[in-house]
Ligand binder design. Sequence first.
Ligand code: THU
Length: 137
Amino acid sequence: MNRERGIAMDEKKISELVRRAVETREMAYAPYSKFKVGAAVLADNGEVYTGVNVENSSYGLTNCAERTAIFTAVTNGMKKIIAIAIAADTEEPVSPCGACRQVIYEFSDKDTIIILSNLKGDRMIFGVEEILPYGFK
Ligand code: THU
């Protein structure tokens, strides 16, 4: 059991979710930034939904990996995020953008686990109020 920052989640489940985010990242469509991101959401129905960043030649239309994964999860009936893992090839574990933090906030509660990771196996774990204090709801 992982008690990092008071968060209770089985170590194997965390590693598996990170593995899914890393694996999914390969499918990213990022010809403009060349920055591939993968995300994996463990939903309240027990299923894992994955997503990648999908860029567009009209840059502002880009969808981040986190939002792709969350929107797919919602499409499949998710009401609440149990955990979300995000992975990119970064020096430090990749940090979600402000827009994605607000979207994560929408489907989170105090028990939701947010796992930032990179390809070297580094990891940071946060609760939603830590990454977006006093978010809009
Ligand atoms: N990106 C994500 O997918 N998630 C984030 O949290 C940060 C940024 C993507 C968007 C864009 O395709 C690329 O990373 C560079 O910004």
